[in-house]
Design a protein around this ligand. Structure first.
Ligand SMILES: Nc1nc2c(ncn2[C@@H]2O[C@H](COP(=O)(O)OP(=O)(O)OP(=O)(O)O)[C@@H](O)[C@H]2O)c(=O)[nH]1
Length: 224
């Protein structure tokens, strides 16, 4: 039975993370800032779906985050179920200078939980923190909502880069921690005399009724 070991290469881990939130909250620019350190002052709505794969260092391990971006507006969006399929992390973004985008957070959470697992690691992101004079959503409201919903929380600015890497890292780190805990648990369970773990594979985060390996793995960190 092959489980995670010191020899495993960190590229074995590929986490799918989705960006969600209303149109023009800055999803594409957060990704552009994070992946390429770029910012587009006049970006157009995303059409369909785009994704970027970004290597990250978590606890000295190299992890690949595959970050998916689609339009906030229904008519430009990719097929919803396909977009969420296999996601183990999410950045739910609103614009601190437009309250209506904050009011939509509940709707986005419903959609996320309808199409992916309840355990998907989610951070609520109040973007455009540079627009201090135009702020409509106080920081404390974002924090309180996140706490009530069991989400991480951060305010970011894709324009001045503040907290952008930290927001993505928070999600990836937590996924990695969950995965590590489950692998350790599996190792414990697979000791002689311990109960069997079903088909011998580690349950990562479930979704779409498939309980195996939804934290997508190139090599498969936990398969037998
Ligand atoms: N001031 C400021 N403007 C930003 C920030 N992030 C994005 N913008 C601007 O907001 C607008 C929308 O940004 P996008 O990244 O295209 O937004 P989106 O959420 O991907 O939009 P959709 O694809 O329509 O869902 C653009 O004009 C950006 O330049 C930010 O942190 N601060």
């Amino acid at each position: 039975m092959a489980f995670y070991s010191e020899d495993d290469k960190a590229e074995d881990y590929l986490f799918k993370i989705v960006l969600i939130g209303d149109s023009a909250v800055g999803k594409s620019n957060l990704l552009a800032r994070f992946a390429r350190d770029e910012f587009y002052p006049n970006s157009k709505s995303t059409i369909g779906v785009e994704f970027q794969t970004q290597k990250m260092d978590i606890n000295g391990k190299e992890i690949k985050a595959q970050i998916w971006d689609t339009a906030g507006q229904e008519r430009f969006r990719a097929v919803t179920s396909a977009y969420y399929r296999g996601a183990v992390g999410a950045l739910l973004v609103y614009d601190i200078s437009r309250r209506q985008t904050f009011d939509s957070v509940g709707r986005w959470l419903n959609e996320l939980h309808t199409h992916s697992d309840m355990n998907v690691v989610t951070i609520l992101v109040g973007n455009k923190s540079d627009l201090k004079d135009a702020r409509e959503v106080p920081t404390v409201e974002g924090k309180d909502l996140a706490e009530a919903q069991g989400l991480f929380f951060m305010e970011t600015s894709a324009l001045d880069s503040s907290n952008v890497a930290a927001a993505f890292q928070t999600v990836v780190k937590e996924i990695y921690n969950i995965l590590s805990r489950k692998v350790i648990l599996s190792q414990e369970l697979n000791k002689p005399g311990a109960p069997e773990l079903g088909n011998g594979k580690t349950v990562v985060l479930q979704g779409d009724g498939n309980q195996e390996g939804n934290a997508e793995t190139k090599k498969g960190c936990c398969s037998s």
